[in-house]
Design a protein around this ligand. Structure first.
Ligand code: FE2
Length: 272
């Protein structure tokens, strides 16, 4: 009996992943619960969950649905679809962060699909503010779009991606593992979900077709700029590097000034 208990205890322990080194914060990922544990003074943190019901307007009605329906209102999937923790910073850093008007958030997207679509975030614009992302766990497909361009960026652990000013974005988890991302954003940034909601998602859907990923145009859009794939890179001009957790910039927040002053954004996006 004792042996069984010890084994259970052991199995529970290994399902919890230590993300301290990766994130520079005392956070742990509980794979069984598909949730995060915060083992520090995260006094200002606010958790929210996006339910399957809330996600329905953003889903594709296309593709083969194993449940025998093409109706997104009936598609099954993880519920909640994804979780967000806003102001996931330590109390000791609160003054510094507030002084520069920024916010640090985390987003967890489980693996799986809703109907035929890979699990994704709803998608939004927060014009004109950019947003700096980092993958802490898993692999992300960042899909960013404007009226004239659509870009897909694949990023793995430690890799960074800046959503440039003027683009809407959503993230798709097409891989068979949980995806955890961190981001810095201006406190002034507002979230506009309406364009994604009214058009039933982003300009392209990502559907599971056995081992293939079918990328399907969303017919609710008037124009379909071709998807271009771009690589992640380091942003030395902002002190953002692959092996440096985004949170550690809490000690050099002046480098993130561009998040509140997009006119000072001098990234490779500038000429688009
Ligand atoms: Fe965003």
């Amino acid at each position: 009996m004792n042996g069984i208990l010890k084994r259970k205890e052991f199995l529970n322990k290994i399902s919890v992943l230590d993300l301290q080194k990766m994130s520079d914060l005392p956070i742990f990922f509980d794979e069984k619960k598909m949730d995060l544990e915060f083992r520090g003074d995260f006094q200002f943190i606010k958790k929210s969950e996006r339910s399957l019901e809330e996600m329905r307007p953003y889903l594709s009605p296309y593709g083969k649905c194993p449940e025998g329906t093409k109706n997104p209102n009936a598609a099954k999937g993880p519920d909640p679809v994804y979780r967000v923790w806003r102001r996931a910073h330590l109390k000791q850093d609160d003054k510094k962060i507030k002084a520069v008007g920024l916010r640090y958030d985390l987003t967890l997207i489980p693996p799986g699909k809703i109907g035929d679509e890979f699990v994704k975030t709803a998608g939004h614009y927060h014009l004109p503010y950019p947003e700096a992302y980092e993958v802490l766990l898993g692999q992300a497909y960042f899909l960013i779009q404007s009226e004239s361009a659509v870009f897909l960026v694949e990023a793995g652990p430690g890799e960074k991606f800046i959503i440039p000013p003027g683009f809407g974005h959503n993230t798709i988890n097409v891989f068979n593992e949980p995806l955890l991302m961190a981001n810095w954003i201006s406190e002034k940034a507002e979230y506009d979900y309406e364009p994604y909601k009214n058009l039933h998602g982003a300009s392209y859907y990502f559907l599971k077709n056995n081992d293939l990923i079918d990328i399907i145009k969303n017919p609710n859009y008037d124009s379909f700029p071709e998807i271009k794939k771009i690589r992640t890179r380091e942003y030395s001009e902002f002190g953002i590097f692959k092996n440096l957790p985004l949170y550690s910039l809490v000690n050099t927040l002046d480098k993130l000034k561009f998040l509140n002053h997009p006119e000072e954004f001098k990234g490779e996006w500038r000429n688009w």
